[in-house]
Each structure stands twice: as C-alpha cells, then as structure tokens.
Design a binder for this molecule. Sequence first.
Ligand code: GLU
Length: 353
Amino acid sequence: MTVKKFLLLSTLSLLFIPAFGNGYTPRVTIIATGGTIAGIAPSSAGTFYDPAQLTVGALMEQVPEIRSKASITGIQLCNIASQHMTTEIWIRLASVIDSLFSNDLCDGIVVTHGTDTMEETAFFLNLVVPHDKPVVLTGSMRPSNALGADGPANLYNAVCLAASPAARDKGVMAVMNDYIFAAAEFTKTHTVNPHAFESPGRGPLGIIRGGIPVFFRDPGPMHTVHSEFSIKHLHGTDLPPVGIVLSYAGASAVPVEALIASGVEGIVVAGVGHGNYSLEIEAAIPGIIARGVLIVRATRILCGGVASDVESPFEGQLTSGLLSPQKVRILLMVALTRYRDPDNLQRIIDGYQ
Ligand code: GLU
C-alpha cells in the first residue's frame, strides 16, 4: 500500500471530531508503533505482560480527555516491542510524518513507542523530519491494565504538548512521567520504574503540569527543520551499516573484527571513561582505520561524553561529543549517506549534540 493510501484509510477509519467552542482546534495525529503502553498483563498486580497488544483506537479510547485538547486522528504504523525496531520502520515512520505535515493534515504528531529504543527513534526523527511542527514520542513502563498504569497520563501529556504552539521548533521530544526531553539528550536509565528517562548532565527540556507545557530552555540548534538531512533525500529502505562494540577490562577485539567482516562502514566503540579502550581493541584500531572503516570513540559513561583530548589519540579517529554510543551510531549512518571524509563527519557529530 502506498503511504498516501495508507494515510487516507487510517484517517477515515479513526477520525474523532470533538465538540469545541470558538477558536482554532489543533489537529493531532497519534501514530502507534506498540510498546508497553499497548501491553496487556494477565494480572493487573503482576509484573509479567505482553507488549504491543492494543491498537491505536483502543489507546485513544482509554484517554477520552485527549479529545478536549485536539481533534485526534490515529494511525497504526506497526505493533511491536521496541527492542525489535528497525531502520526500515524508522524510514517508514519518518515518511508518514513528512507526508502528514507536507500535506497539512495535522498540527502535531504523537508517536506511541516502547521505551527500550524510544531514544533512538526520537533521535533519528530529529535528524530527518524537515518540519518545525511538534513530534512527541511517549510510552509507558506499566502495561495498559496494570495497577497505576502510566500510559494514559503520558498519552494525555503528549497530546497536550503536540497540540501546543509553544512546542513548535523544539525538535523531536519525548514525554514521560510529566517531563519533556530533547531527542538528542535523553536516555532510558531505569528498567522498570515509571520515571525511566533522564537527560544526563543536561536535565529535561521542561515539564507538563495540568496539561500545560513549561519549557526551561531550548534544545541544541541542529534538529528537524534546521538539519541538513531530510527523509525526502534518503533513498531506499536502509542506511549504511554501523555497529557498536563495548569496551571493558580485558575486552577482546574479536567483536570488532566480526563487525568488519559483516561489512560495516563504521564502528562506534563504547569505551571506558573518556573513550578509552582495552589493550587489544586499542592495538586493532589503526589497522581498522587503514582498511577504510570509520571509528568513533564514544563512552559507556552517562555524563561528560568524549572530546578530542582523549588519551592515546590516533590518526583518523572521530569522537562522539555528548552523544551516547547508540545515538552517534544513528548520526553516523545518516551522515554517511552524504559524507565519507572524517572532517565533515566530525563537523556533523559536533553540530548535532
Ligand atoms: N520492551 C518493550 C518495548 O520497548 C517494553 C518496554 C516499554 O515499552 O517500556 O516495547
């Protein structure tokens, strides 16, 4: 099915027209992808559940309050646990968002998503969605029928944010547990608690209270409409392959060699401390760069990032700045669609923090 036909069918089947007084009614489209917010547990008091069970229509019915904030349209893009997210789905999601905004079909978009890879999807969209209208990701840590389910409040907050003129030109954001996070900055820091996201070292962009967003500051400048990358120019359904390797005490270089054998164009090393490697990985790096594979020095540490003044620097290395290994990997994949030379790639990495 073409993106256009898909949008039309989804829109017709799920349109809700709320009763508003005078004045403009914002139009918000909810794009559902799955996750715990759509999960169902066999017992509301238990800890086991199946993610990605409810459809977008069911999610919307759970929170009728959203219809007092906007006219709501729902689209079911996929229904997966987000550990199964792929670059192919990212490209499809970004294309649907681009199409909705380019055809002026909505004023803001909420993407419901599993929390495991929400930070990655948000960052990809932040790089390639060429619009300044709000795109807000949300999810939940407890399934839809759990005691104290957090999904409904998160969805309500996300719709409030996506419908708000104050959210324009803030880049792609995530909303969880009343906090607003910038796509480049946040990461999942708890495996089960409803307060699962943080922006280490930088803090949230703002909060939502009583449905009103309050911003403390702006995100970094290079996002969405300001990005030099756009889904309109990404051809095909995949991106140049880049892998991640973790360093630790005594880490072997075998995973690095295995990634190269698989055909990656770049490797992000999540180093220890300020981007440092084990002896074996360190010894392998110059030979890897000589073979034309890019290396990005990143860190497994949450705060501080990796600047160019690392110990044992080597010719041709790239450094991640404040981006996490998983985010600098995405940026490198996107940047490789346009550049190969280290100077331009480092310029891109430094610019999209
Ligand atoms: N692992 C599932 C996912 O990421 C559930 C996690 C969540 O949504 O919180 O979709």
